[in-house]
Design a protein around this ligand. Structure first.
Ligand code: Q0N
Length: 303
């Protein structure tokens, strides 16, 4: 599928060259004294854009980029004994202060490293069809939202913006990166989700699954991108967890509810872009991102 939306036009940042834009984040290369892009660092900038039903919505969520950047930085610290990360500095241009990080430029693995602690989405569909998820046999009787006996590594291919990631057999990961790196990426991905859930459990949030990206520095794996945010992971409110049906999303509940309500006048199946969100839906969604940050970190979010 090709995206029906125009590419987001990234903001110009003096001293940086735009390199790439994803759905919600933009990458820049710092320019050196001669005006040439440095090849050893990148600036990773999180926007306030929100995706829902595979569309980037027209309504930004104020502070979303800053909340998710601060949450990622907090998780990198919590995970420092599990895996090294790409962060160099948070000393960034004033236009993107709080929502950008200067990082080491790594040689990225061509794999989306996904681990699942609870069964839903694509993992559930695979389980229902053949009783396995990514080659790992699972017990019978699991339903949407069931907790898995152990987190399972379910890698996927990196699809271009506008396309969906495809499940990637573990053998293909081995073929792409070698056995040692594949095993290490698998074990680290599972360890990150386990540690994440140990911490989040006390704070009323379940992390159903997560996607991380690794890069290589020499032959060591380094955690890149963002980690354990609502954009990279399914966060569920623990007090509402009830296997047997689709769980409410911690962050996007109000957006999905409104977009699929008659009041929005939008039909998900129409292929049309969704309408702008009402102010109260924007404000309540912003409050959910702040709530996730504050519950997990125990800190107050200061914009
Ligand atoms: C990198 N992506 C995919 C933007 C981020 N430290 C790094 N070194 C080299 N390359 C990358 C990183 C990082 N992080 C990561 N592309 C390049 C992640 N994208 C997804 C879309 O938004």
């Amino acid at each position: 599928m090709t995206s029906s939306q125009a590419d987001p036009s990234p903001e110009p940042l003096p001293g940086y060259a735009h390199v790439y834009s994803g759905k919600v984040r933009d990458l820049y290369a710092p320019l050196d004294a001669s005006g040439a892009p440095r090849d050893d660092q990148l600036l990773l900038v999180a926007s306030d854009r929100l995706s829902a039903f595979d569309f980037i919505l027209d309504s930004p969520i104020p502070d979303k980029g800053a909340v998710l950047t601060q949450l990622s930085l907090w998780w990198f610290e919590q995970l420092a004994d599990v895996v090294p990360n790409h962060v160099v500095s948070t000393d960034v241009p004033p236009q993107v202060a709080g929502r950008a990080v200067l990082v080491r430029r790594l040689s990225m693995l061509p794999v989306e490293c996904v681990a699942r602690a609870y069964l839903t989405g694509g993992g559930l569909r695979e389980y229902v069809t053949d009783g396995h998820v990514s080659g790992v046999p699972l017990p019978g009787g699991l339903v949407d939202g069931s907790r898995l006996p152990e987190p399972v590594f379910t890698p996927s291919t990196k699809a271009p913006v506008g396309e969906h990631d495809q499940p990637m057999p573990y053998a293909d990961v081995v073929a792409a990166v070698g056995e040692r790196t594949a095993e290490r990426a698998r074990d680290l991905t599972v360890a990150i989700l386990k540690r994440g859930n140990e911490i989040a459990a006390d704070r009323g949030i379940l992390i159903a699954d997560t996607k991380v990206e690794f890069g290589l520095e020499g032959d060591s794996l380094v955690l890149a991108d963002e980690v354990l945010t609502p954009d990279s992971s399914r966060f569920w409110p623990a007090d509402q967890w009830e296997p047997g049906h689709t769980q409410p999303s911690f962050d996007k509940e109000f957006v999905r509810e409104w977009l699929t309500s008659p009041g929005s006048g939008w039909d998900k199946a129409s292929g049309q872009a969704p309408p702008k969100l009402p102010d109260d839906v924007v404000e309540r969604t912003r409050a959910k991102y702040v709530e996730a940050y504050e519950r997990l970190t125990g800190r107050t979010f200061a914009p």
